[in-house]
Design a protein around this ligand. Structure first.
Ligand SMILES: [Fe+2]
Length: 239
């Protein structure tokens, strides 16, 4: 399995606080069957890094620690971008770290918008797509303004991908109900952990994979936790 969203780089944001915490997350992920963990530190969100040039060296350093511990896990990196006024400039300038080498697939955290949320989200998705990006929306199930399925369908039709959170999908919250409705409608591209520690959204995908198998069958479950994440890392459109 591949986890596309994890705050595992030690000391960079509100995720792993030190090497021991990061390695504990890596051990848990590997034991769960995750083979690739994509570190996605927050950027300029108040809790994240101000300079993304630190991310690649931090990921390479964690990979060395993981290898030294004999943990079978590959560490990749991208970043989680908040909704900034200069988001287009960040993308065009190459500041925004993408999942893929062609810099197309970018992880984007959308806040709860005060009013006209669906219209604003649709407009900014279109702006990014016009610039050549494919925005991967981080935990959109947390956004109450996306209760209307038609609004979500519109965002997807404009080119955004939905990445929902594993813990929400199997949980009993309004976010979980939204995520499952979108899964039922075939609108979700990937499920990820958004793990911050072994306690806060632990880096495990097997519980949600098993849930998805029961609800949608083996092929759909595999696509959501392995096949589609692999395609996104390769810069290819998911199934
Ligand atoms: Fe996150």
């Amino acid at each position: 399995m591949i986890d596309l969203h994890c705050h595992v780089l030690p000391g960079l944001d509100d995720g792993a606080k030190d090497d021991a915490s990061a390695l504990a997350m890596c051990r848990m992920a590997a034991a769960d069957g995750i083979r690739i963990l994509v570190a996605t530190p927050h950027y300029r969100s108040g809790v994240g890094v101000e300079d993304l040039s630190v991310v690649a060296p931090a990921a390479e350093r964690l990979q060395r620690l993981v290898d030294a511990e004999g943990i079978g896990l590959e560490i990749r990196h991208a970043c989680e971008m908040p909704l900034l006024e200069d988001f287009l400039a960040c993308y065009r300038s190459g500041t925004w770290l993408a999942y893929d080498s062609s810099r197309k697939y970018v992880l984007w955290e959308i806040p709860t918008l005060p009013c006209n949320g669906p219209a604003i989200l649709s407009r900014i998705v279109s702006q990014l797509v016009s610039a050549g990006a494919t925005p991967v929306l981080a935990h959109p199930e947390r956004l109450p303004f996306l209760d209307d399925l038609r609004a979500v369908e519109d965002v997807c039709a404009r080119g955004a991908l939905l990445q929902v959170t594993a813990e929400a999908v199997v949980g009993d919250s309004s976010a979980g109900r939204r995520a499952r409705a979108w899964l039922d409608a075939g609108l979700v591209a990937a499920v990820a952990t958004d793990s911050h520690s072994v306690h806060r959204r632990p880096p495990r995908l097997s519980p949600v994979r098993d849930f998805l198998r029961r609800r949608y069958g083996e092929a759909a479950a595999t696509a959501l936790v392995s096949g589609n994440p692999s395609k996104i890392l390769a810069g290819e459109p998911p199934a």
